[in-house]
Design a protein around this ligand. Sequence first.
Ligand code: MLT
Length: 407
Amino acid sequence: MILANENYSKIQASYLFTEIAHRVKAYQEANPAAKVIRLGIGDVTEPLAPAVIKAMHRAVDDQAKRETFRGYGPEQGYAFLRDAIAENDFRRRGVNVSADEIFVSDGAKCDTANIQELFGKDIVIGVPDPVYPVYVDTNVMAGRTGKAKHGRYGKLVYLDCTAKNGFVASPPKGVKLDLIYLCYPNNPTGAVATKRQLRAWVDYAKANKALILFDAAYEAFIRTPGIPHSIYEIPGARKCAIEFRSFSKTAGFTGTRCGYIVVPKGLCAYTKKGECVELRPMWTRRHTTKFNGCSYITQRGAEAVYSREGAKQTKATIDFYLKNAKLVRDALTRLGYTVTGGTDSPYLWVGVKGDSWKFFDKLLREAQVVTTPGAGFGRDGEGFIRISAFNSRENILEAIERFKKVL
Ligand code: MLT
């Protein structure tokens, strides 16, 4: 008899964005004339940068000729892309990361979901609340949690991120975490962590032989000087952190798919006896066994993000989304709402003083605007909605007009 993985039955609801998509579909079917504006899932709307498109066209032509055709590539990514990443995302910022510590993938969602395979079952995991649901759900599926009660899974340690701490949790006192998920700029709150705040986590991780999983998918949106773009800007982080990056939001690759992780040399997990097991060879083994590499064409496109033209064009697109965020932020503030995020992040975290699913439904029904209810990100997300700034200017301005009418 084939036995099911019963951990799946502990999962509370369908994946948040799938649930939202269902509700929107039902609404749209019942109201076919409604022009729905989607500010829910953080999906980009602007086309890829011309430099990226040009590089991808060239790569397609490479695939058309025997002399330049590529079959399977290196699972970890082509050297041309790993070198460009190491140079531009790290060395240029004075951060020590080498190309052979970088593993190219098809995106940060898969990487943040898959990484937990490297760790033992009986570990204490700290997750922020609110949280990107993938961190939690994948550990539920793997059997590292108890059942859910009042919106929280047993065994997980929830790190409250509330207005009180500026949505940035500090390391817990008297609790020994083994694995810590951090995400800055934060999804969903849009908060950023300062060097001092990240240093506290690195010091904590080192003192406890813990590992930080640092999701920096929204790094390119940081504009405030002094805010770290990488966990490796913090001394000692190479000894206790893995970093996740993505071209999805940085360069509009949500549909094109490319991301990477950094696993520094010498970074350890431990056996029960306390012996170091190096994570980089483990991840190499996992990645080469289960993944056949991101496509050549996509990697050529990603490489072009670092060209002079590509960097200029992708930055202009991010500036465009940040302007969207500012417009929504200013409008909602004028309407009397408390808004955080949106300055170093594409996400606005809006206090709605009540049930977030109800507020979501109200905005969908009365304004035909899709948002994301904060409760979907965890108990501490209740009372908030997340608004994504990824959309055309026309739609953002239209959404603001509708907000003015119904809020
Ligand atoms: C989000 O809206 O939180 C993200 O777009 C989801 C994702 O990156 O998987």
